[in-house]
Design a protein around this ligand. Structure first.
Ligand code: 4AD
Ligand code: MG
Length: 433
């Protein structure tokens, strides 16, 4: 009789029974009489024990052909074993090789990161990478749940755009039929601003593109960003939304992906400290603090990665830096009525040196000021005409922010380089696999 096909995750339900597992060989050890396989099936890994005198001849012969990442079908009995990481072990009665794997490139030894990235399509199978992908999956689900539970409406923004989002540099462009140049979206913000006037509370969540020539561990050329936009919300309310949001997402990762975080050796007590409220410091005060600590920063410049690390040093929670100088930030941010040299905005800096994970602001809702800023920045006025309409027809105070998914996953997982936080990273020097 055919035994039930099950998965490693569901073995508990089959203790003492005959089952069939389908998966890949992640570990291999054999003497003349007994062989041990690590069988990985995507839901977990279980040890399979095969004794020569308990399996048929074809199965024992099959073992001789096995190597790392061969795909196999294993039949056997599920035995409880408290020493096993999964709590169970399989005593095999039959093994069949489905797909051999000769000279699998990634071996249990140190490989350079370039080699691993060249083999990203295979590297993804390995424990650390699957743990990161599972945390990422949970973070994405938590993001969507947070907004759904609060009655935000998802509005997908276009990836091919005629308008420019953040700035005129760092754009990827492509020819677009008879219409000239199209740009890959740097942000969905301008579109969700339009949607906020239609639906009140909205968000978009998708890939964004930046042709930044930066080779840092914090930059990808293609990354995912979630961007909520809320009508009638001011900058202070925007920060409250951010601290609730971040706390919710981190809480969900702790609740549902604790095993993976522990597997990644993440100090989860650092994540357990993430609850609202977060500290706030104005940009101007931040510059004073930085100068006291020896930084060469001058008022007016954006904060660098090192400045961010200095500011968050010794803090348990993320830190809001608010009201930056307008020349350091994008054209659409609202002029600060209390100090017109600055704009009503904030960055949110993650602790432990992970840097900026959110950029947000209240938007300029005054038609004349917005147009003046577009001109000041030398942006093509014509493509912003529709965006200016939002200030011509029923302008309204509104705010929003953008959270970088990969930076957030990196921080939660304790993985400093973004290349491991997305399945197929796009970097300046990497387009394959
Ligand atoms: O601060 P940024 O540029 O803000 C915006 O794009 C706004 N339009 C958001 C909004 O208000 N709707 O980017 C937002 C976040 C950053 O804080 C960072 O987490 C991430 O996006 N980010 C990147 N992540 C990976 N690689 C890059 N090159 C990134 N650039 C920004
Ligand atoms: Mg930013």
């Amino acid at each position: 009789m055919e035994s039930t096909i099950t998965s490693v995750r569901d073995l508990a339900a089959h203790a003492g029974c005959e089952v069939t597992l389908l998966g890949w060989v992640s570990q291999l050890r054999s003497s003349g009489k007994i062989a041990f396989l690590g069988l990985r099936d995507g839901t977990g890994t279980v040890q399979v024990v095969m004794a020569r005198n308990e399996v048929d001849g074809a199965s024992w012969d099959a073992i001789a052909d096995l190597s790392y990442e061969s795909s196999v079908r294993v039949e056997g009995t599920v035995r409880q074993d408290d020493r096993a990481p999964s709590g169970y072990e399989i005593t095999a009665s039959a093994v069949e090789v489905i797909g051999p794997s000769n000279e699998y490139p990634i071996q249990p030894k140190e490989h350079g990161v370039d080699f691993l990235l060249n083999n990203r399509h295979l590297w993804l199978r390995h424990d650390r990478q699957t743990a990161i992908m599972r945390v990422r999956d949970e973070v994405v689900k938590a993001i969507r749940d947070f907004f759904y539970e609060r009655d935000f409406v998802l509005v997908d923004s276009p990836i091919l755009t005629g308008a420019i989002g953040e700035s005129a540099d760092a754009l990827f462009s492509t020819e677009y039929f008879d219409l000239g140049t199209a740009y890959l979206a740097q942000t969905g913000q301008l579109y969700v601003e339009a949607a906020a006037a239609a639906l009140g509370k909205v968000y978009c969540f998708g890939p964004t593109f930046r042709a930044e020539k930066s080779k840092t561990r914090r930059h990808l050329t293609e990354f995912w960003m979630v961007e909520p936009e809320v009508a009638w919300l001011d900058s202070e309310g925007n920060m409250q939304l951010q601290e609730d949001f971040i706390s919710y997402v981190v809480g969900r990762a702790l609740e549902r992906r604790r095993d993976e975080l522990e597997q990644l050796e993440r100090d989860v007590t650092r994540l357990e400290a993430i609850t609202p409220p977060f500290d706030r410091i104005s940009y101007t005060d931040a510059v004073s603090v930085l100068k006291e600590r020896g930084s060469a920063i001058e008022w007016g410049a954006d904060l660098g990665a090192e400045d961010e690390t200095v500011l968050t040093d010794g803090r348990d929670k993320p830190l809001f830096v608010y009201d930056y100088p307008r020349e350091a930030k994008a054209f659409y941010m609202k002029e600060n009525p209390d100090d017109p040299r600055t704009v009503k905005c904030n960055d949110l800096l993650a602790p432990e040196g992970y840097g900026e994970i959110i950029g947000g602001s209240q938007r300029e809702d005054d038609y004349d000021r917005l147009l003046a800023r577009i001109r000041e920045e030398g942006l093509p006025e014509k493509v912003y005409d529709w965006y200016l309409d939002l200030r011509r027809y029923g302008t309204f105070p509104h705010s929003g922010f953008g959270l970088g998914l990969e930076r957030t996953v990196g921080w939660i997982c304790g993985v400093p380089h973004l290349r491991e936080t997305i399945a197929f990273p796009r970097l300046m020097s990497r387009l394959t696999p």
